[in-house]
Design a protein around this ligand. Structure first.
Ligand SMILES: Nc1ncnc2c1ncn2[C@@H]1O[C@H](COP(=O)(O)OP(=O)(O)OP(=O)(O)O)[C@@H](O)[C@H]1O
Ligand SMILES: [Mg+2]
Length: 257
């Protein structure tokens, strides 16, 4: 049975007079991949940053599985089940891949997430669960072979998959991916598509921002389109692809649409 995981109602965000988001409303259901697309500067990253709590919103409501979260700090939103990745790589080069993912586990732990990787003890029972979760995350993101490498030495594509693994480590109900395919070549984008579908298959909702339309059309169940901070369309990939307003504002300019 599907349920609404995230509900956004009348969201507005202004930066000293610039209306980056205007009266935005949408819902994301469990096990749904929702795409958020639109031209450069249309408010996509501002939407994700507002949902994640990077900065306060100007007005509007954000409801995560029944709880209003717009006044909560970022870390509490993570604890409630909202995780995100960043448009630009946001990783710790001096950590190993395993240590970076362990950071993402923090929200779900009683003892320090870095306990075992830095040699200390987890509380009883947590160690095995964390090891199993870590192995699973390394496997589905294709990072098993580089698990003990320093993050600064793996490829930029692997760093992007690592951001997804770190987000998933907090066991979210919804994960927000801001341009996860940036810098990926064709076969890596295919791997990313498969990963997004695997996340959905685990019952986790996904909100994905992308300019790669082939990827968006392949993975999304539904797409919301922004233009100048306002929602101009909300529908299935087939509906969005043939929507004249969307073609006019955006799709006409995207090469792989
Ligand atoms: N921290 C900020 N301070 C001031 N203005 C901002 C800030 N963040 C975003 N903006 C402005 O808000 C608008 C929306 O920007 P946003 O980054 O959300 O666009 P986007 O849809 O993610 O674009 P892109 O596809 O290029 O990543 C732009 O006009 C941008 O200049
Ligand atoms: Mg952006």
């Amino acid at each position: 049975m599907t349920e609404v995981v995230l509900r956004v109602e009348g969201l507005c965000k202004s930066f000293s007079g610039v209306h980056a988001i205007r009266d935005l409303s949408f819902e994301v259901e469990s096990s749904e991949v929702m795409g958020l697309i639109g031209p450069n500067g249309s408010g996509k990253s501002t939407t994700v940053n507002s949902l994640a709590g990077t900065f306060p919103v100007t007005s509007g409501e954000i409801v995560l599985t029944g709880t209003s979260i717009q006044h909560l700090p970022e870390c509490e939103r993570v604890e409630l089940g909202l995780a995100r990745t960043f448009q630009t790589a946001n990783v710790f080069p001096e950590f190993t891949v395993r240590q970076q993912i362990a950071l993402g586990c923090e929200a779900t732990l009683k003892s320090s997430p870095l306990s075992s990787v830095f040699g200390a003890e987890y509380r009883q029972g947590e160690s095995e669960a964390i090891e199993a979760r870590m192995h699973d995350l390394l496997e589905i993101t294709g990072l098993l072979d580089v698990a003990d490498d320093l993050v600064g030495t793996i490829s930029s594509a692997q760093q992007r998959f690592l951001m997804v693994a770190t987000a998933l480590a907090s066991e979210p109900k919804i994960v927000l991916l801001d341009e996860p395919a940036a810098g990926l070549v064709s076969h890596e984008r295919k791997t990313l598509s498969d990963l997004i579908k695997a996340i959905r298959a685990r019952g986790i909702a996904v909100l994905v921002i992308e300019h790669h339309m082939a990827l968006i059309m392949d993975v999304c169940d539904r797409i919301v389109v922004l233009n100048f901070g306002s929602k101009i369309a909300d529908g299935t990939p087939a509906e969005i692809r043939s929507n004249p307003a969307v073609i006019d504002a955006y799709l006409g300019e995207v090469s792989d649409a």
